[in-house]
Design a protein around this ligand. Structure first.
Ligand SMILES: [Zn+2]
Ligand SMILES: [Zn+2]
Length: 227
């Protein structure tokens, strides 16, 4: 298993208050990333559909980011602006825009209240999305989250991982979910036993999570002899 982002390299799943439901602004996150000596981070705020369905509003125009008016004035950390896209239905439709802009770096996740496919259709939804979007999806986020562990069996997880791998899409160890008890460990075991390319990401919504949960993720990988 290839781990794409080592502990010191950086974190590719982060939420800000500037653009979605994190508690800290982009600048606060970037300052903290510098103090942690990260090389690179990706801010992956939630897509339009997620913001609408959960009733979140933003007071920030994404065009300020898209037009390059924001720069990192704090430190040498490289900052990627991505998106956490949502799987919408069993056809594999996804929402991957923030205010109409589609960032290249895309984490595809499914969330309760957003996924509207019929019961039992989630595996089909993932396989269709992988087939349709291919490497336009950078990685699959929190595939082993508990709310969907009834919808997917560990064997389904392995089918999805195999399809993602063929399509050049990486997987994710979601460390906030792991630390917060929101990961189905049998599903995670199924994923880690066959996945080839893995991001170890925080999915932090707070600076505390940003600083701590990836350590927890790497400790889990070591304890279970994946690394
Ligand atoms: Zn969030
Ligand atoms: Zn997230």
């Amino acid at each position: 298993m290839n781990i794409i982002n080592s502990m010191d390299h950086g974190d590719y799943h982060l939420h800000s208050s500037t653009l979605s439901d994190g508690l800290n602004s982009i600048d606060e996150i970037v300052i903290r990333a510098g103090l942690m000596n990260y090389t690179e981070i990706a801010i992956t705020d939630h897509n339009r559909e997620y913001m609408d369905r959960y009733g979140f509003s933003t007071r920030t125009h994404y065009s300020i980011i898209a037009s390059g008016r924001w720069k990192n004035i704090h430190n040498p950390v490289q900052v990627i602006f991505g998106v956490e896209a949502d799987l919408l239905n069993e056809k594999g439709d996804i929402c991957r825009d923030i205010q109409g802009f589609e960032p290249e770096f895309t984490v595809l996740s499914s969330h309760e209240r957003i996924y509207q496919g019929s019961p039992g259709s989630l595996k089909t939804a993932y396989l269709n999305a992988i087939d349709r979007y291919g490497p336009a999806i950078t990685l699959l986020g929190h595939l082993c989250a508990k709310p969907f562990s009834n919808e997917l069996s560990p064997k389904d997880i392995q089918e999805i991982v195999a399809a993602a791998d063929r399509a050049g899409i990486a997987l994710e160890l979601n460390c906030a979910n792991l630390a917060n008890g929101k990961t189905s460990l049998p599903h995670l075991g199924a994923m880690l036993s066959c996945c080839k390319s893995l991001y170890v990401n925080s999915d932090a919504h707070t600076l505390h999570e940003f600083q701590t949960v990836r350590h927890r993720g790497f400790a889990y990988l070591k304890e279970n002899h994946y690394i």
